[in-house]
Design a protein around this ligand. Sequence first.
Ligand SMILES: [Zn+2]
Ligand SMILES: [Zn+2]
Length: 353
Amino acid sequence: MTFIRTTPPRPVDVTAVLPQLAPLARPATRLHPRPGAPTPHDSSIGGPLLWPADEPWPHCDAEHEGGGQSLAVVRVEQSVRARVAAHPDGTPGVRDHTPQERAVLENIDWDAERPDGPVPMLPVAQLYVRDVPVLRPPGQADLLQVLWCPLDHPETYMPRTAVFWRSAAAVTDILTSPPEPFDVEVEEYVPEPCVLAPEQITEYPNSLELGEELREQLGDWSKWEAADAGLDSSWAPYPDYPDYPESFYHSNLSIAPGWKAGGWPQWGYTDPAPRQCPDCDTAMEPLLSIDTFEWDNATRSWIPDEDRAAESSDDARHRDMWRPTGVQIGSGYRQQLYVCPEAPEHPHIELMQ
Ligand SMILES: [Zn+2]
Ligand SMILES: [Zn+2]
């Protein structure tokens, strides 16, 4: 199955306003996850991994305190949600548990506790380079696999990720029933299985990463007027809302919201911070952005053409379109993974933004 998602053209070519931005353009791949039934041979979020049967499954050996949400219950709730989303409003019985779901719920031992020892990780993302050409894998690898431990970790308060690169052709026997964690921190740490519609786009840096001079020019209303950039003149005269051009750039012209590979990192939770490789001190590059929302009220211009009609309809099935994976990081942030461009096998780092 293939499907397509198309980002509308940006409201203005920002390099016509500020030619100095042109050299800072970076390719990114918007992943456009949508609930589906991916196979190990597909790029996916929360789908089955092409994992060799004879290779140990990744586990997290960190200390854990929280948790307590049964993964089995979360899976049942996910399948009910998927069923509701696939039927018109008010279809009778669509919310009732199936016999299989009832059996799962009846067999849960509510007094059981998490077994001691390392916690099996959950698949988060599987990206084939053929779908996501912005990836820069090491050697012959053509597949990126990201898993996470679905519990919080002291100091970061995010799931902890593990990153693997492999060559798909080298996997002959696939592990069909990987171990699963007993419990999760919150259901938002269990991605709904999603297929992807990868799309190549161009991004420009967050204004906080621009030099002072460039940032000043970005805020210069006359430059936008000279380029006939179509800024909403109701915000003029300029002195009443001096931040308007910068916030317009921020929302519409610089960085795409949602799950994506490569491109520029978004900032917001903190100011930009240096990200040096812990092994060789090289400046690290964005690998993957795991986002809570595919868009929000400030970033509606990024809603794909194919989703606009459904997004603006009253149909309750489309209410959560902006959160197709069900993942939530913190109170609605994103989890960014960075890799070392010199040696992708060096340890990655992750930030909440
Ligand atoms: Zn862990
Ligand atoms: Zn390095």
